[in-house]
Design a protein around this ligand. Structure first.
Ligand SMILES: O=C(O)CCC(=O)C(=O)O
Length: 386
């Protein structure tokens, strides 16, 4: 018997997969083809574009030694895959709020990687207000789509409209823009000046027992309540745990992030990273590290494009960070977008690194709602120490 699957990231026509389970996990969702995707070209600085060819369906050979019926086989597969996939399969009520978050948090008696800061506003350089009634409750939609390719190791879960775009996303975006301290970090790499082409900020601390006051190179900041509640909801629905929250603000289409992997050793092996979008949609590209010639197939691997919209969440897991790079390329017409990522840092250096590259040594910026722009504020309080 032959079955046809749409694997998301290979130009191979016929493949033999290690197991049927893996085969049928693949192709739950194929991102739309990008007619604007161009031929391969060298990547320079932050001006990055997609590379790829048309996706082709992959024909999988079923080995007939197995007598199990298709339905039984699918049930078996669902048992052995994650809770998320089971949730999708049952298609239960997809609406949710943050009202069902369990107290206390982090849960007592469990070794959670986020250790409570001494105070809720610990090391905040400006007042970040607690969540207000207008933001309550936060409305979510839980519609996970599994995107798994056992050949290229792309391992994602895509939640469209995770933060409800009609009920919650705009209020949260406005709150974060108005109240977070923002930075435009500058640093040197081998003598070359780098200007980060977006606004950034970071909260949280690694999972080591180092006390909050025990950092020489930075002053880790408590995760503000609104971000903490988002993080807790993401933990609940993805069955993951986090201790860092990084936030990017792309003010125009000129702001971007170039191809990179978040495969830093301070996140451990196969890190799970949840990435949320608020505001204007942006293209999110994923390119295999060996896109020209995949070692398993000897063929090129298509670049994947997702148009991440207001409220969407993409969970990157498994080997994705080791085998793939991702980017937000410049787009001339784009407007303001916030990206929030939740991660788990496991060594002290995670804290030093994240504050160095997302807070840095410069002055902070505050959003001027009237003028609709960021303004530099004369204070580097709380930044990375020299
Ligand atoms: O803005 C995004 O969606 C991606 C952000 C990202 O790649 C990062 O912060 O490492």
């Amino acid at each position: 018997m032959k079955r046809s699957f749409d694997l998301t990231s290979s130009s191979t026509n016929t493949v033999t997969l290690p197991s049927k389970r893996q085969a049928s996990l693949a192709g739950f969702l194929k991102p739309k083809n990008d007619s604007t995707i161009r031929s391969p070209r060298k990547v320079k600085s932050d001006h990055v574009s997609g590379i790829g060819k048309e996706d082709k369906p992959i024909i999988l050979e079923d080995d007939d030694e197995d007598e199990v019926s298709k339905q039984e086989q699918e049930e078996e597969e669902l048992k052995s895959i994650s809770i998320i996939d089971k949730g999708k399969a049952k298609a239960i009520d997809t609406k949710s709020t943050d009202d069902d978050l369990v107290e206390p948090w982090p849960p007592s008696g469990i070794d959670h990687p986020y250790h409570k800061p001494p105070t809720k506003d610990y090391n905040h350089p400006i007042v970040i207000p607690p969540i207000n009634d207008e933001l309550k409750p936060i409305h979510f939609n839980l519609n996970p789509k599994v995107i798994y390719n056992p050949i290229t190791d792309l391992d994602l879960v895509y939640y469209k409209n995770f933060i409800d775009k009609n009920l919650s996303s705009k209020k949260i975006m406005d709150f974060l823009l108005d109240n977070l301290p923002w930075y435009r970090v500058k640093y040197k790499v081998r003598g070359i000046d780098i200007n980060t082409p977006r606004f950034t900020t970071v909260f949280g601390k690694d999972s080591t027992q180092t006390p909050w006051s025990g950092y020489q190179k930075c002053k880790p900041r408590a995760i503000p309540e609104i971000l903490e509640r988002l993080m807790r909801k993401v933990e609940q629905v993805t069955n993951s745990q986090f201790n860092f929250c990084l936030v990017n603000y792309y003010s125009t289409g000129e702001d971007s992030i170039s191809y990179h992997s978040d495969s830093e050793s301070f996140l451990g092996l196969n890190p799970t990273i949840a990435s949320l979008t608020l505001g204007y949609s942006r293209d999110f590209l994923l390119r295999h590290v060996n896109y020209k010639n995949h070692p398993k197939t000897g063929k090129s691997v298509n670049t994947e494009k997702f148009n991440l919209e207001d409220g969407d969440m993409i969970l990157m897991k498994g080997k994705t960070q080791h085998e793939w790079q991702h980017s937000i390329p410049k787009r001339s017409k784009a407007k303001g977008r916030i990206n929030i990522t939740f991660r788990k840092g496991i060594v002290k250096y995670a804290t030093e690194n994240y504050y160095n590259y997302n807070v840095g040594k410069g002055n902070l910026h505050k959003w001027n709602r009237e003028k609709q722009l960021m303004e530099e504020v004369d204070s580097s309080d709380g930044g990375v120490k020299t």
